[in-house]
Ligand binder design. Structure first.
Ligand code: ZN
Length: 139
């Protein structure tokens, strides 16, 4: 249950509970106090809170809370970059994993014609060998 939700200006450094980066003094941040398992204060960048709010709608989390550090998945990278570029920049590893996977997919596609040709040649070779064996058996 949410007790309070405010956007104060940070007086000291805090760590963002979504991305893990620092919230610097003087920065307006998102502060939620809730009572799930006792009182808990959740602090985050306002941009991270906005992205979490969107992700909450996308995955239809209902009453479940969303935490970007656990709930963001690799397939979320395109909309995150499009709608929340600042937050995407904070999730460097996830974005790098997405780019690596996309590059591997492209490399696999580029290899496909050669692999297909090799399969066809192998099938032809086996067919020729079976035909030769049949000929040898009847001879
Ligand atoms: Zn953050």
């Amino acid at each position: 249950m949410e007790i309070s939700h405010t956007t104060p200006r940070a007086r000291k450094r805090h760590r963002c509970d979504h991305c893990g980066d620092m919230i610097e003094p003087g920065t307006v941040y998102d502060r939620t106090v809730d009572a799930w398992d006792g009182l808990r204060t959740f602090r985050s960048h306002v941009e991270c809170a906005a992205a979490a709010n969107d992700l909450h709608k996308i995955i239809e989390a209902g009453y479940e809370g969303v935490n970007l550090s656990c709930d963001l998945e690799i397939d979320d990278v395109p909309w995150l970059r499009e709608d929340h570029p600042l937050v995407a920049a904070r999730f460097k590893e996830l974005c790098r994993a997405y780019d690596d996977a996309a590059r591997r997919r492209e490399e696999d596609l580029a290899k496909l014609p050669a692999a297909a040709i090799a399969l066809i040649e192998e099938a032809r070779r086996q067919q020729a060998a079976r035909a030769a064996a049949r000929l040898a058996a009847t001879a």
